[in-house]
Design a protein. Structure first.
Length: 116
């Protein structure tokens, strides 16, 4: 069984979901629940997904991210990825997800970008 955890926080009015561990099929329900929970607490249509502590992603994990991307885009929102390792960034590029999200090195950089 894979070790995975999600943490949701709101920092400076920005909803953020932090990934910790392996992003596989086991995250689908957790991610959907976390998305709705954190987005219901803010007026923002912008969502940050922080991958700093993510160490692996497979096709099922990618599928879960695509579902969140679709839901968020349908509500007029934008999705931001932060903290991508070189490997996960390469996977995002290969599957084309990088074309549909904004990518920043850190969550702080992303927040500062949108606050200015």
């Amino acid at each position: 069984m894979n070790s995975f955890n999600l943490t949701c926080k709101i920092i400076k009015s920005f909803p953020i979901i932090f990934f910790d561990g392996q992003i596989t099929s086991e995250i689908e329900e957790l991610l959907d629940k976390a998305y709705h929970e954190v987005m219901s607490q803010v007026d923002s249509k912008l969502l940050i997904l922080d991958f700093t502590k993510a160490d692996y992603i497979n096709s099922s994990g990618i599928s879960s991210l695509i579902k969140i991307l679709k839901i968020n885009k349908e509500s007029g929102g934008d999705l931001i990825f932060t903290g991508l390792s070189d490997h996960i960034k390469k996977v995002m590029d290969i599957v084309g997800l990088s074309d549909y999200v904004k990518i920043f090195n850190t969550t702080d950089i992303a927040i500062n970008h949108y606050n200015n």
